[in-house]
Write a protein that binds this ligand. Structure first.
Ligand code: SAM
Length: 178
C-alpha cells in the first residue's frame, strides 16, 4: 500500500484556521495518510484536526514543520513524487494517469501566496480546471481522481464514533464496526 501525504503551505495563524483545518479533514476523509502543516505554528488548529482523527478512527498523522521545503527534500530523497495543485498547472485530466502510477505521493496545496520555488520543486504542477477556487476543493478532486472513488468506502478502524447513514435525520453511534 502506498502513502499519500498532503503538504499545506503558508498557514497563517487565525486567518487560515478554518481552511487549514478543512485541508486536514478533507485529506483524512478522502484517503490521504498524513497532513503536514507549514509556516505559522498553530497548536490549536493541529489539535483540532488530531482530535477529529482520534474520535473518528483510522490512522492519520498530523504534524508541523516551519519550513515548507523540508518535507519536499525528504520526499525527494525517498523518490516520492510531488504534485503541486495550482490553477496555473497542466490540466488534471491530462496528468492523472501518470499520477495514478505513483504508489506514494506528496500533494502540496498553497495558501495566500505560493513561492516560485514550489513550481520548480514539483514533479507535477496540476490544475483542477483553470479557474481560481480553493485548496480544499482542488485536493478533494485530486484525491477522488487518484483513488478512482474507492476512497469513499474507506474504513476507519478503532473509531469512537461512527455514522449510521440515514435517508433522513442523523444517527451517530459509539464504537467500531468498520
Ligand atoms: N494566489 C495564490 C498563488 O500564489 O498562486 C493561490 C491562492 S489559492 C486561493 C490557494 C490554493 O488553492 C492554491 O495554492 C492551490 O493549491 C489551490 N487552487 C486554487 N485554485 C486551483 C485550481 N484551479 N487548480 C488547482 N489548485 C487550485
Amino acid at each position: 500500500m502506498g502513502k499519500v501525504t498532503v503538504l499545506r503551505l503558508g498557514h497563517r495563524l487565525h486567518r487560515d484556521d478554518r481552511l487549514s483545518t478543512h485541508v486536514g479533514l478533507t485529506a483524512r476523509a478522502l484517503g490521504a495518510d498524513e497532513v503536514i502543516y507549514t509556516d505559522d505554528k498553530d497548536d490549536a488548529m493541529l489539535a483540532s484536526v488530531a482530535e477529529v482523527a482520534g474520535k473518528w478512527g483510522g490512522k492519520f498523522k498530523v504534524s508541523y514543520v516551519e519550513d515548507w521545503k523540508e518535507p519536499l527534500k525528504e520526499a525527494k530523497k525517498k523518490k516520492i513524487k510531488i504534485v503541486h495543485l495550482t490553477m496555473y498547472g497542466e490540466p488534471l485530466q491530462k496528468k492523472i494517469s501518470a499520477i495514478r502510477k505513483e504508489k506514494n505521493l506528496m500533494i502540496a496545496v498553497g495558501g495566500a501566496k505560493v513561492p516560485g520555488q514550489m513550481y520548480i520543486a514539483a514533479d507535477y504542477n496540476v490544475a483542477v480546471g483553470s479557474q481560481p477556487h480553493s485548496e480544499v476543493a482542488a485536493l478533494a478532486v485530486l484525491l477522488h481522481e487518484y483513488f478512482k472513488g474507492k476512497e469513499l468506502a474507506k474504513k476507519f478502524p478503532k473509531a469512537k464514533l461512527r455514522i449510521e447513514p440515514q435517508a433522513s435525520g442523523k444517527k451517530v453511534i459509539a464504537g467500531d464496526r468498520n
